[in-house]
Write a protein of this length. Structure first.
Length: 148
């Protein structure tokens, strides 16, 4: 079943990339001046791989047995809830605080102890902020920490 979903998704994505690349303006008459050339090549490769995956899935045709896993669904719900809260608090609180809270919550949710979550959450948040803000020059919300 996973192969069907991934194969069909890959075909959809490759089709989207192929048709979206038509909007790219040509810079000249040669093949090297066509900015759509490389994305179309990648879309073709992705389509070929997706078709191969679908053919392999059709050849197997094993009986698919779906089991209901309550714990997995509860954890997925917790993750999605935390992600929504993270998205809502990142601008008012700022990237560092929101990411530290999100990382702490995720480590704890995934089975880590509170001590482990405390030890890793802030350094991960700070290193990520420094990497994106100073090295890659990506503006991130500062929120409560405007003085940084």
């Amino acid at each position: 079943m996973k192969d069907y979903i991934v194969g069909i998704s890959g075909l959809g994505l490759s089709g989207y990339v192929f048709f979206a690349s038509k909007a790219f303006q040509r810079l000249g008459s040669g093949l090297s001046e066509d900015p759509a050339y490389y994305p179309r090549i990648l879309a073709g490769i992705l389509a070929a791989m997706s078709i191969g995956l679908l053919i392999g899935a059709l050849r197997k045709r094993n009986k698919i047995e779906v089991k209901f896993n309550r714990t997995l669904l509860i954890n997925l719900g917790k993750f999605l809830g935390l992600l929504i809260v993270y998205i809502l608090i990142i601008v008012p609180l700022g990237f560092i605080i929101a990411t530290a809270l999100f990382t702490f919550s995720m480590i704890w949710l995934l089975g880590g102890t509170r001590k482990q979550a405390l030890v890793y959450a802030l350094p991960i948040s700070l290193l990520t902020y420094l990497l994106f803000s100073y090295l890659l020059k990506v503006p991130l919300p500062k929120g409560l920490l405007q003085f940084i």
